[in-house]
Design a protein around this ligand. Structure first.
Ligand SMILES: Cc1cc2nc3c(=O)[nH]c(=O)nc-3n(C[C@H](O)[C@H](O)[C@H](O)COP(=O)(O)O)c2cc1C
Length: 220
């Protein structure tokens, strides 16, 4: 696959096989991703990998919160409502994704199940958490986290792995901190679920759309 094909082939995977990802493969992915650009080469990222029993415990604790409909309490403020074109795109994604999975809008039970599935990382055996030190200018450092996060996603493809950035994985950072033994001053920005896609399921093959290039870019 050349670079353009790789870019076009990446997509968020929402159905994983339970097969574990070996730690040596994860180390190789991190080894590649650490070459991502960052502001002033500060490399503010801290990477915490949850796998095996840790992933299971995280999922269990998050689902407990999800069932109670506990409001998320992320370290980094995140938008939960959108308006205008952003709302349209957000709603469009939800509609198309659920359609592809054969879930009717009115089927509240299936929608709840999908929502709770997010909290078990759609079955991924590994979650790569990206944190920054609270001493840093956290909002700006999030750019660097995005930078390494995307590289992780592309690097993972080279090993036949699928990924998805999951805001849901950082809805309850206090829980993740406790299970993964992360100090309080480390702010959890995002978790990336990682695993082998279960290609037999539409949630693994679903493709989102995009606004046309001339809607988002102009030559000044
Ligand atoms: C910062 C960030 C957080 C995300 N959080 C979630 C999430 O919690 N649940 C989910 O299903 N998808 C999540 N996604 C995946 C997006 O929905 C997805 O990237 C978008 O729809 C574009 O689709 P694609 O990645 O398949 O190209 C997140 C993506 C990003 C970049």
């Amino acid at each position: 696959m050349n670079l353009s094909e790789t870019i076009l082939n990446r997509k968020s995977v929402r159905a994983f096989l339970p097969d574990p990802v070996s730690r040596s493969v994860i180390s190789e992915i991190v080894e590649l991703a650490r070459w991502s650009p960052s502001w002033g080469n500060t490399q503010p990222w801290e990477i915490i990998v949850a796998d095996g029993e840790k992933t299971r415990r995280l999922g269990e604790a998050f689902v407990t919160e999800g069932m109670k409909k506990t409001a998320p309490r992320p370290d980094i403020p995140m938008p939960f409502e959108f308006s205008g074109v952003y709302r349209d795109r957000y709603m469009n994604l939800g509609r198309n994704l659920l359609n592809s999975m054969g879930i009717e809008r009115e089927d509240k039970e299936a929608r709840l199940k999908h929502y709770l599935n997010m909290y078990t990382f759609f079955g991924a055996p590994t979650v790569i958490y990206l944190a920054v030190d609270g001493e840093l200018n956290v909002p700006y450092s999030c750019l660097d986290i995005g930078s390494i996060g995307v590289t992780i996603c592309y690097a993972a493809m080279g090993y036949g792995l699928g990924t998805i950035f999951l805001a849901a994985s950082v809805h309850f950072p206090d829980i993740a901190r406790e299970i993964l033994d992360i100090p309080h001053n480390k702010k959890l920005v995002i978790g990336i679920a990682l695993g082998y896609p279960d290609k037999s399921r539409p949630a693994a093959t679903f493709r989102s759309d995009r606004a046309p290039g001339d809607n988002i870019c102009r030559f000044a």
